[in-house]
Design a protein around this ligand. Sequence first.
Ligand SMILES: [Zn+2]
Ligand SMILES: [Zn+2]
Length: 178
Amino acid sequence: MIALVPVDGIDTKVFNFLKDSLKVRFEREIIIDSGVNPPTHAYNPKRSQYYATPIVKFISNSVKGYEKVLGVIDFDFWVPGLNFIFGEAEGIGGRVGIISLTRLRQEFYGLPPDTNLFYERALKEAVHELGHLYGLVHCENSKCVMHFSNSLRDTDYKDSHFCSECMEKLKQLCFKRR
Ligand SMILES: [Zn+2]
Ligand SMILES: [Zn+2]
């Protein structure tokens, strides 16, 4: 069972979309958790951003009892060495990951809203982080959902699906042991 955890209350529509799509991708029951508030110690006022690593740790400590947990947040976050990130996982094969919706909206870049594009991007980031949690590493294939997104252009270029090689690995890692 995979739990989606809203951090600080988010638009429920995007959760229902992710719930239905991820259920098919990972052949798991998806639960939308009641959610958590972001830990204030993770906020850096100088950067106006949250530090991703303590948020992952915080969710890991507060949300128990699920095979995998994906926090969904709607504020910008970063990790040292990168100006911002779209998502972060506890590690390859870890239990908890997070994605941020903030930079996935056209409005963030001063463009008119595009709901379908926004949902598609959210799905790609969610599948990518869950892929890590199920043991997949980054993929060289720029069309594969496991390709690292350095920018939104990379996210838009890649598919929301796994390439055949990653799919093979996922079958071994995710679908065999229940
Ligand atoms: Zn990644
Ligand atoms: Zn791949």
